[in-house]
Design a protein around this ligand. Structure first.
Ligand code: HEC
Ligand code: HEC
Length: 457
């Protein structure tokens, strides 16, 4: 359910707002962006919705809604992409910039069909890309590209900063970056248009409870604690208890994205030695290392690893299944002490058999996360703790879309993620659920309860 979106008929919205209504899909109108801006200057989130739903002038025909699909809770599912490709491979979604190989004579879109979009990130001044032998291979533009899923824009009213790696401080800054990156806009969009889009985004919630959290925060009052008021004794109520006891250690508070416990926050940051390796207390049955020592002095905006990139790397190496069959980039980076790039700090990831903060021997990373933005190796493969309200509607999950549904996500937490965090103290003491599978940190009943609860969150 979405609430707060203007329900004016499209005719009324056109009269009020952007001239873009006359544009045929895929061929944006020629009207100058600033005319569009003045047309909506009196506007509200309804005008912003129009600018979100329709391609702006001077773009490649893609609107925000091309990827943040209204019928899909403003996210993008592999099913939607595959169906659209069959129906109309000329749709603006299938732009060369998101092809598997943008330079190929015949374009293919396997990553996009898995719900993944090419995201280009600029390296911090103290970072270089290096190859396997340590030679600097940073591109002239000082960027790299990674494949990431499309998050919903529901509830973004209270989840700043934005992007999986937190690189956009506000919604207008994010919208500007999206217009350049995905819509290839070639005239700077007016601040007013960006503000309208942001105002629309701030009006989109997954539920009345999420809207109430936003309203409380905006009013400077404390939102009500997370409690979905299930009947006592129901499976959902039991699931809420499991969530509060385990998941809320990171997805805490009414916003579901607050890490309130300092030791749990610190567990994202194993102490790194000069060569990038960490202290290891032992190994899990899966072969994943257990970190022994943690930094307890780091605070947001630091984002440490939860292991999702490492799991994808294991998929690329053939050590774990790679169900999508996609090939992902293989990156290594050199961090220097400062922007002069004269004094080496560390090369990451440390070369195998060394084990770094990813908890596995890693010859490369498929996505370094926040570290290349902050220039701090402690942010290695670090991603923001996302909010979870409305989560049942926005599969697939994680920054790389690697969990196709909540069932696989809960399995992944129970088998790979929770056991690897000694601070959570959830060792994998329950038997495997099938041959060849690792032991579990959660019981089958806890998993069932959690899934029932997540359907309503
Ligand atoms: C080609 C697909 C595509 C288009 C078009 C697109 N986005 Fe996105 N959007 C993404 C992807 C992928 C991410 C995640 C990127 C990352 O985190 O590095 C994202 C992230 C976001 C986020 C961050 C959400 C969060 O929780 O941090 C917001 C807000 C957003 N987009 C709004 C917009 C707006 C506004 C537009 C139009 C101006 C737009 N997007 C156009 C693919 C797209
Ligand atoms: C140690 C901290 C931590 C704990 C505990 C934790 N999470 Fe997460 N969660 C994260 C982080 C960080 C991410 C983002 C990871 C990424 O995308 O790489 C995440 C992502 C998610 C996502 C994906 C959201 C999306 O929009 O794609 C879901 C769903 C989720 N967690 C559910 C849970 C559940 C259910 C539990 C309890 C079993 C749980 N989490 C426990 C830190 C945690």
């Amino acid at each position: 359910m979405k609430i707060g979106i203007g329900s004016l008929s499209s005719g009324v919205v056109c009269a009020l707002a952007l001239a873009a209504c006359s544009g045929v899909e895929g061929s944006p109108p020629d009207d100058p962006v600033d005319e569009a801006a003045s047309a909506i200057s009196d506007g509200n989130s309804t005008a912003g919705k129009h600018a979100f739903d329709n391609a702006l002038p001077h773009t490649n025909g893609r609107a925000c809604a091309t990827c943040h699909v209204e019928s899909e809770h403003l996210a993008l599912s592999p099913q939607h992409v595959a169906a659209l490709y069959l129906q109309n491979p000329q749709d603006p979604l299938f732009n060369r910039i998101d092809a598997d190989d943008p330079d190929a004579a015949v374009l293919t879109f396997d990553h996009l069909k898995a719900g993944l979009v090419r995201v280009t990130v600029t390296l911090a001044d103290n970072v270089d890309e290096i190859d396997g032998s340590g030679a600097v291979i940073t591109s002239a533009a000082r960027t790299i590209s990674v494949w990431r899923g499309v998050p919903t824009i529901e509830n973004v009213g209270y989840t700043a900063p934005y992007q999986y790696d937190g690189r956009a401080p506000t919604l207008p800054v994010q919208a500007d970056a999206a217009l350049h990156a995905h819509s290839q806009i070639h005239r700077e969009p007016p601040a007013e248009v960006l503000a309208k889009i942001a105002s629309f985004e701030r009006s989109v919630f997954s539920s009345p409870a999420a809207a109430a959290v936003s309203a409380s925060l905006a009013a400077g009052t404390t939102p009500a604690p997370l409690d979905l008021h299930f009947p006592a004794g129901s499976v959902e109520a039991a699931g809420q208890t499991v969530f509060q006891e385990i998941c809320a250690k990171c997805h805490g508070g009414p916003t579901t994205n607050a890490v309130l416990d300092k030791a749990v926050f610190g567990s994202f940051f194993p102490v790194q030695h000069a060569d990038g390796t960490i202290d290891i207390a032992g190994f899990l049955p899966t072969g994943i290392a257990l970190p022994a020592t943690f930094r307890d002095d780091l605070t947001p905006p630091h984002e440490g690893t939860l292991g999702i990139s490492a799991i994808a790397t294991l998929g690329q190496l053939g050590a774990l299944p790679n169900p999508s069959g996609l090939s992902l980039p293989h990156y290594r980076f050199r961090f220097y002490t400062d922007a002069t790039r004269a004094h080496l700090l560390v090369d990451m990831p440390p070369l195998p058999p060394g084990i770094g903060p990813s908890l596995i021997p890693e010859p490369f990373t498929v996505d370094p996360g926040r570290a290349i933005i902050s220039g701090d190796p402690y942010d290695w493969e670090g991603f923001d703790v996302p909010q979870l309200r409305g989560i049942a509607g926005t599969a697939p999950y994680f920054h790389d879309g690697s969990a196709p549904d909540l069932h696989s996500l809960v399995d992944e937490y129970s088998r790979l993620i929770l056991p690897a965090d000694p601070v959570l103290n959830l060792p994998p003491i329950f038997p495997p659920e099938g041959p060849g599978l690792p032991p579990e940190a959660l019981t089958p009943l806890q998993k069932t309860q959690l899934l029932a609860f997540l359907q309503h969150l």
